[in-house]
Design a protein around this ligand. Sequence first.
Ligand code: HEM
Length: 354
Amino acid sequence: MILWGAYVRASGSGAGCGAHWPLCNGVVIPQSAQAATMIEFTHRIMSGLSVLFAVGLVIWAWRSYPRGSQVRLGAGLVGLFTLSEAVVGAGLVLLELVANNDSALRAGSVAVHLVNTLLLVASITLTAWWASGGNPVSLGRQGINSTLLVAALALVVLLSATGAITALGDTLFPAASLAQGVQQDFSPTAHFLIRLRIYHPLLAIVTGSFCLFLALRTRDRQKEGLAGKFAAALIACVAVQICLGLLNIYLLAPIWLQMLHLLVSDLVWISLVLLAAASLRQPPPPESSPSRQPPPREAVNLPADRGWGKPGPGSDGLQPLPETQKASRVCARGAGFSWGLESTGRTLPGRVRF
Ligand code: HEM
């Protein structure tokens, strides 16, 4: 849906349903076979489906997890950011900030739309992380690590917002050649969307270098842990993204490359969010603590990760099992994977997890 949204913008189809929302050209199902209408209408169908999925996720989280659970928090945020995404999208259509509109209000709106998308993606990522047994995140305990990670998250959000404005400039004022594009970028009389284009690559150099530094630092400190793996993913995504960005300028941003660049920017973001979640997770409470969270019925076992997050002694990074279920967990580690046998006194007599 995110990629299709970029396609709607890049193909100039944002006005395909006129200034109507939620109806398309005043009707529920458009009769016109125009390409722009079909492209915009498809995006609306996808957004309707994503609202249904978000509602389903919230209901599932509330039914499966207890009050105060991180999974409920994550799912609630998914519901919230899905709604705000729909409101921003509807605002773009109703205020006619689409097609050839080149106002500052449109530039600001596409940046806000993209930032909301990132917050939605982060919420989905964290919901999956917590539903898989990841511990809650704590910013207070990690000192410089928290500061570096929060700075990296903020820089990637800012970089992506400038990218959305650059993409709008490329769509509305396509350059005929690389030389003409560069000349326009530095012309004081050029439209502000053209003059702003230069800032995204510059910020990308700063942000990319910072993310690489952070990821290499993490990987050096914990090669085996989950944080180390997310750091390796971040390094790969940033390296690919910088190549795609350079190619974008060289090829004058064709639509397929814009979509690919956007896809990889989401992968950069997801890797960074997971790196932050794995690095900043709280140590699990001691065995006897009454504040422990019961795990979901279908909890997924995650490999152990010791290091930056400094989980407590003997921790495996999973939510502890509830006292009431008299649970016991026996883990054996083999070559390349770990598996465990868990028995609970109540709902599940026994199960093997890989
Ligand atoms: C980690 C690094 C980067 C991230 C996270 C990132 C993110 C983004 C995002 C989110 C967009 C908007 C996409 C859209 O709305 O369709 C964008 C656009 C753009 N970026 Fe980047 N970018 C990065 C690096 C770079 C680099 C290094 C360059 C050039 C040297 C570059 C050049 C461009 C150009 C030309 C566009 C407009 C065309 C398009 O939409 O693809 N980017 N970027």
